[in-house]
Design a protein around this ligand. Sequence first.
Ligand SMILES: *Cc1c(COP(=O)(O)O)cnc(C)c1O
Length: 476
Amino acid sequence: MLAKDSKNLIFRRIPSVDSLLESPSIKSTLLTTPRGLVVRAIRQVLDTLRGEVESAQRANELPDLELNNVVDQIVRRLSILAQPRLRHVINATGVVVHTNLGRSPLSKGVIERFRSLAGCYTNLEYDLGTGKRGSRYAHVEEILVELTGAEGALVVNNNAAAVLIALDTIAKDREVIISRGQLVEIGGSFRIPEVMRKSGARMVEVGTTNKTTISDYESAIGPETALLLRVHASNFQIIGFTEEAGLEELVALGKKHGLPVMEDLGSGCLIDFSRYGLKKEPTVQDSVAKGADIITFSGDKMLGGPQCGIILGRKEIISAIKANQLNRALRVDKLTLVALQETLYTYRDKDRAIRLIPTLRMLCQPYRSLCRKADRLLGLIGRIEEDNFSVRLCDGFSRVGGGALPLEEIRSRLLCVSPNRLSAPSIAESLRSYNPPIITRLEKGQVLLDLRTIQERELKIVAEALTEISKRSKTP
Ligand SMILES: *Cc1c(COP(=O)(O)O)cnc(C)c1O
């Protein structure tokens, strides 16, 4: 054990901020780096060192307090602090629409549009025909109507906002009928009952968790009813003894009582993925054709576009939502509209959309093409120090993510890293702290890298990272 007295002596050996600022290498760093940032790096390193001294039980657990070593640590810390916080990571998790990793990467076409439009003025809210003020939504409304058959469309910040403003417009201070089986919570604390409360609508729950019939809805209709709501149970499935009223039944009931029907599709898709080997998800066009009066869905889930919430529906309801004061607070910016417009144009040709929109391309990438990609990765990996870990290819499953097809396992090809001297968590940690960070999946004591979500141009980086980490002498 280290005595308290000797610890005090050791604390005094930790260099001061001022003395470090005077050291030659730090002084030269100050020529190119703002002083505030350098001081922050120094303070962070000193805090870490103090913590290490504090917790050290024995002499051999004490940190190296040599000035040169401390300076080295500060320089390393500075290079981390100087990096932008939001940066490129490699998604090797196999979850295609990964909310924590930013959901959908945008297509080359979108990036080209950013290049030509982001740095200049645009006709965002300017009508070039009349020379007067125009609507920022006009640019995407036309193409949304064309693709889906809806009467009108509007775009807001995200789907949570879409649901909120729709409820606020249609059902404020009145009742909304919803099945108990559809009171979902989506990640990031979007809960239907809470959103309902925020909108000022009163929720009337009908049926049970596993069974709700159309007559349950009908017997709840009263003079205060403003809306019948259906929510896609995005991220869970109830199996066994179940029943849910279909959209057609609800629409018929709504017609009979003069009530609008709203469907929150969550991850709306414009393509029937069953043609590409996935399970059938209801498409946006299906909901429009079946007569839903209002439909909401996300722009960055299975649509593969930018974050936004798309609202489709009857002309008069869309007009009322546009006129709602909340709309001003939830409005989307120019770059979102540029990205959405370009993504939607690509959908005019479905096969082209599958090829060009990264989310769709990943979801539909066939197993045999993933095998070829995996072989290319393995070929790029240099000699691995098998003392640390070994690598091989194996079969496994990817997931859609983003609260779509929660049980769907899509057959995939993976690189499996089996730990040896380095443990699986420490391999995953090393990959995560690589530049760029590589995010993997830990399963049954192994580190898995799913080829489906690794982009072609990232294969070389992943190979280099694995080769380099396998050569490290001990766990960092
Ligand atoms: C994802 C989802 C939302 C929230 O959408 P965001 O775009 O994340 O705001 C709302 N409802 C359902 C059913 C969803 O799946």
